[in-house]
Design a protein around this ligand. Sequence first.
Ligand SMILES: Cc1cc2nc3c(=O)[nH]c(=O)nc-3n(C[C@H](O)[C@H](O)[C@H](O)COP(=O)(O)O)c2cc1C
Length: 212
Amino acid sequence: MVSLRGWQSFPEQLPEFDPDHTPETPEELFLAWLTEAGEHVLAPHAVTLSTVDADGAPDARVVILKNVDEDGWAIATSSESPKGQQLAANPRAALTFFWPGRGRQVRVRGLVVPAAPEVSAADFLDRPPASRAEAYVGHQSEVLSDPAKLVEAAEAAADWVAENPDVAPETWTRYLIQPESVEFWQASHDRQHLRVRYRREPSGWVRERLWP
Ligand SMILES: Cc1cc2nc3c(=O)[nH]c(=O)nc-3n(C[C@H](O)[C@H](O)[C@H](O)COP(=O)(O)O)c2cc1C
């Protein structure tokens, strides 16, 4: 039996965070934390996307954050994937970033809207050819009973992309998570972890400290 005790969670030296002096918007603070994390950890833009299926059961997987601006926090995937179908039925999601090397977590909850088709197409065409071909392979999360079929489909997808470099599949979708709340969590070695939540109100963002 592997012992799960005694493993170190965070480095000795944790970054500074002053919860009483935060920017007005969560996007500003997030981008500062993301940039800082990028100097220390791999894939700082990898994020757990949680959705809910038609039976109300939660589901979660890691995706890549593509952008953050006033339109929302962007991720991209196939609308035919399980997560795409879940978002069509229930357009709510959570994003969870965790950067152990910085002792930081960011949690985003909100509504999800698909970006305009031309934005999704631009997202797709911006991908390297191998990533575009990967998307054309399709069948994401279906059972693969014969691995030879994947090799065949990958070759056909690569040929298709080479012959159609300007075409994007209609199913490729950029989704925008529009936050209702964003919480920042900073580990502290005295266990009085610092938490600040931004909550969207009609008048703007409300910032509040949370008990750890
Ligand atoms: C680091 C990392 C990044 C990933 N990025 C994406 C992504 O941006 N889009 C995507 O559809 N899947 C991405 N995946 C794969 C997903 O985690 C998942 O396996 C796949 O999308 C199927 O999810 P679903 O069955 O819930 O739809 C990534 C996986 C990892 C580990």
